[in-house]
Design a protein around this ligand. Structure first.
Ligand code: ME8
Length: 477
């Protein structure tokens, strides 16, 4: 039996087009998914959209469109972006899907009720639509949410509350011991101190509002006046997508998840609320959570609200998807914030793709095509260095890509030092042997690139096996 590998991504809010920050999460996840397929594991890669939200209703109203039609349009956009970025997801879940998502979300709710972990309470609080969460006075600056620059709504409602506080000890123990591994260490520390500061129970439902369209919001089982709080419903997607509460086959095969890939803004939801929900329902916890930093632009988080976004489609049009993937995976540290500028992007493209990889492939394959009578023999066994897997297992994706570029550099140096073009004229046999070695080394560069730049990887493999110089990979701009 093949080893299984289940990885998930945040289901983004479809209230606007995705920007480069979202593309970053998806590219990191895709590199991981492909690296596990390279190990011949049975991979399941989940993507989706988080649709039962107030911000969605607001955005549809602003666009003057009926909400579900509005959603359909944006979700099409998500999928179009994923396809141009070559994101190899297996399923796209939508939380308005009453067939796929709702039965499981309700089944999970009922398990939490059975555990005695949901109770009704009158609640007054400040609700930030940007966060889709209640926030406290302490988090406001001049009465406004710092992240979104908006004044929160004052709400007074009767809600169901989830006993998060009950799970503080268990959560602490699972995270501390790495039974639930939070990567990097700094995020593990952050969540541990959050738990230590005292976990409060969280509101898990909202009264169904009159202005909410039908088909939006998962009804609370046994109480039609309430719909589930959007995060309660959204987090459940990781199991409902596998058929939890509906048809258990995939769930049995793939749960628990090997990794939830998320940005640092949604750490608390994933590393406190979600595992507590699973503990309450007596379901296994995910193995790990990989928390990446923010893409910044002008020193601030790239965000729709702040209006400093770079449209990934625009970059793809200029540079091609492989170049975007390259840049996101190598030039941004997965655990820290990384600034992106159009100039930085352009410089990296020219130096490392046009003059680097692209030029190397052209040189080696030109030599091979001219001087080798037939293609080199394809290496029998696949050989990937252990340190490459170690980097990937620790989600240090930039380090794994760096390893490929060190080999590219070494290969360039060999060509400069050993001058195959001169040697082959002086001594055809030795010259051909050297060219053969360079081609094999190029083959490995191509294989190692597979998770990061899948099309480039395939082009290199084909070129080597057909002994033919490919079209220019990264044209000069
Ligand atoms: O939070 N840099 O959706 P969302 C890097 N629906 N990543 C960024 C980013 C940036 N500047 N901006 C956004 C939600 N992201 C919920 C998720 S999951 C059950 C529900 C990425 O549309 C990053 O992955 O606000 C972040 O965690 C996510 O988008 C937030 O997306």
């Amino acid at each position: 039996m093949k080893k299984t590998f289940y990885l998930t991504t945040p289901i983004f809010y479809p209230n606007a087009k995705l920007h480069l920050g979202h593309a970053y999460t998806m590219t990191l996840a895709d590199a991981l998914a492909r690296s596990h397929r390279l190990r011949e594991e049975n991979v399941y890669f989940l993507a989706g959209s988080d649709e039962n939200t107030q911000k969605m209703v607001d955005a549809a109203a602003k666009a003057g469109t009926e909400p579900i039609a509005f959603l359909d349009g944006i979700v099409q956009n998500f999928m179009k972006l994923y396809s141009s970025l070559n994101i190899s997801y297996d399923q796209f879940i939508r939380t308005t899907d009453t067939r796929v998502h709702w039965p499981g979300a309700q089944a999970l709710w009922e398990k939490i009720v059975a555990a005695g972990d949901l109770y009704k309470k009158e609640y007054r609080g400040l609700y930030c639509v940007g966060h889709e969460a209640f926030i406290t006075e302490k988090e406001l600056v001049d009465g406004k949410c710092l992240d979104h620059g908006t004044v929160p709504e004052e709400l007074s409602e009767e809600n169901y509350f989830f006993r998060l506080s009950k799970y503080a000890g268990a959560l602490r123990q699972k995270i501390e011991s790495d039974e639930l591994r939070i990567v990097p260490q700094s995020r593990k520390n952050e969540i541990l101190s959050f738990i230590d500061s005292g976990l409060e129970d969280v509101s898990f439902s909202r009264p169904r509002r009159a202005n909410w369209p039908k088909g939006l919001g998962v009804p609370v089982p046994g109480d039609d006046s309430q719909i589930m709080y959007v995060w309660c419903d959204a987090l459940a997607n990781y199991i409902t997508a596998l058929g939890f509460g509906r048809d258990d086959a995939l769930f049995q095969e793939f749960w628990p998840a090997n990794v939830h890939v998320i940005g640092k803004d949604i750490l608390r939801f994933h590393a406190a609320i979600w595992p507590a929900m699973l503990l309450s329902a007596e379901l296994p916890l995910p193995e790990s959570i990989f928390v990446h930093g923010f893409i910044t632009s002008g020193g601030r988080k790239m965000s729709k609200t702040l209006g400093n976004i770079i449209d990934p489609e625009e970059l793809i049009e200029t540079y091609g998807a492989e170049a975007i993937r390259y840049f996101l995976l190598r030039h941004i540290s997965p655990f820290e914030d990384g600034e992106i500028t159009r100039e930085g992007f352009k410089d990296a493209y020219t130096a490392n793709l046009t003059n680097g990889l692209g030029n190397l492939v052209a040189r080696v394959m030109k030599l091979a095509e001219t001087h080798l009578p037939k293609p080199v023999e394809r290496p029998k066994a696949e050989h990937f260095p252990q340190e490459y897997w170690d980097a990937l297992n620790g989600y240090e994706i930039n380090r794994a890509v760096d390893m490929v570029w060190s080999r590219i550099q070494r290969l360039d140096e060999r060509i400069t030092n050993e001058e195959p073009f001169t040697l082959v004229k002086k001594d055809a046999e030795r010259g051909r042997a050297l060219i053969g070695e360079l081609v094999i080394e190029l083959y490995w560069v191509g294989r190692l690139l597979n998770p990061f730049m899948p099309n480039t990887s395939a082009t290199i493999k084909k070129a080597v096996l057909e002994n033919k110089k490919p079209e220019n990979l990264f044209p000069r701009l």
